[in-house]
Design a protein around this ligand. Sequence first.
Ligand code: WTA
Length: 567
Amino acid sequence: MSNIGSYDERIKNFDWNIAEKELDYEPGNPINIGWYCSDRICEKGFGNKPALIWEGSAGNEKRYTYNDLRLNSNAVGQFLRDLGIRPEERVCLFMDKIPELYIGFLGILKMGGIAQPLFSAFGDESLFVRLDNAQTTAIITQKKHAPKVRKIMDKMPYLKHMIIVDADPSKPLADREVAFDMEQAEKPEKFTIHPTYAESPSVLHYTSGTTGQPKGVKHVHYSLISQYLTSKWVLDLQESDIYWCTADPGWVTGTSYGIIGAFSNGVTQCVLDAGFSADNWYRFIEKHKITMWYSAPTAIRSLMKAGDEVIKKYDLSSLRHLASVGEPLNSEAVIWSEKVFGKPFLDTYWQTETGSMMITNFPGMKIKPGSMGKPFPGITATVIDSETFEPFGEPGKIGLIAIKPGWPSMMRTYWRNEETYQKKFKNGWYLPGDRSSIDKEGYFWFVGRDDDVINTGGHLVSPFEVESALLEHPAVAESAVVAKPDFVNMEVVKAFVTLKPGFVGSKDLDLEIMNFVRKKLSPLAMPQEIEFIDSLPKTRSGKIMRRILHAKEWGEEIGDTSTLEND
Ligand code: WTA
């Protein structure tokens, strides 16, 4: 029997206090995610249960029980407190998927800090804009990523500490640098958890928009209510589960479901800190007897591409439930997974801002391959007209996804950008910025984003950020960045570039510009293709019309070009 039981029964008289009661949370009392994810599980008698089984790229393994999670996060919390870091100051986690990342996250929350996870492949420019916006006090990192921080240290007087978790004891550290070895650190048995409350800030995740700098999505400790219950009902986490969430905590799936949802439900979770290969992934499932697997369409398509033969080499019979997030999950992928794993991947739809799943397929529900499913109980979602902002009265029409605000894990604002936050609401609805239709039975069918943000392999990339980085290259005069179709990643970054006088497009220049962006931003943001052109399509007011270039890439109708400059 699945945890959710009957969806239709659950949506009747749903109240978030179901989760509050299960967590013994009384409104008005303190609530701290770090405590719920470690101390509370120990108090319930599961201190010796494995919480985290970590495997590195060399196959090396580390194991932590819930009691280890509790003691090690106490050590992190104590260390930060002793450094003088105060509640609500931002502490950035800038690490590969190593245990210090998962446990550090809990430690920051326990001492009342705001955890700011950033993807460790970010280059110095991507890092700087996010630390600068958050005015981050401390960054926890590994020695291999420290040079990227050192490069921008002078521009960040507010950054008081760079904490290195694997510093070489024989090498002296620079000013503002400090070593912290979690294994060796003293682990206080008693640590006074900072009394955070429902509305106390917890996590600051950065997400990319079409224009402007990345936005810092502010979440609060009360988000636990949504993250706990969606993990329980959609991921169907049960006491005996061995769970694997493939997402990196630099992105929201890796924190909401790779840390908070998993540990608050007290399951054993496995983490693989290694690059993707079909063999390695299947081996990992076999070795750890993974039962619940939460992944992303790009990974599933990569596995499909690797073929069915490789699957036969492994015993994957432990798998009992699969789910996916981040991009449209095409029906072929659902049908394929049913064929090869005997189970469909259940699609779930949500975003950084919503903090937890909004529209999903549920265990036991009729699955329509290609559909995102139905709203989670307690979530009122519909599709509205993009001009009147009124819901359509009939099924089948494509419009903007609209959600009634008020669920526990909704973002509370964009950090230092309340104006943009307010713009996300229209006519009493929160608009995630995606388009969909709803069929007669209430299933949502994703159509596309309503902006120019590129979703490459489930990671959002802002064309604006890539264009800004391109303009810093000495050869580039102007640029326009759009998505280009790709089988595995769904979309990849493509740049149209005009060159400054004296420069000529060539393969070498192409590679040089690509690398320039990769180093500054990240491998994800690096254009996979650069097309040198003589001029970019612009409106009469001089604005570059990405829409035209996008349509060309996707073989679509160009639409209204009445404002085009060279008409
Ligand atoms: C897209 C990731 C189609 C969507 C959790 C959304 C999806 C953005 C799905 C959020 C899905 C996410 N089907 N598209 N199941 N899930 N998206 O903030 O455009 O990194 O707004 O959060 O990814 O991406 P974010």
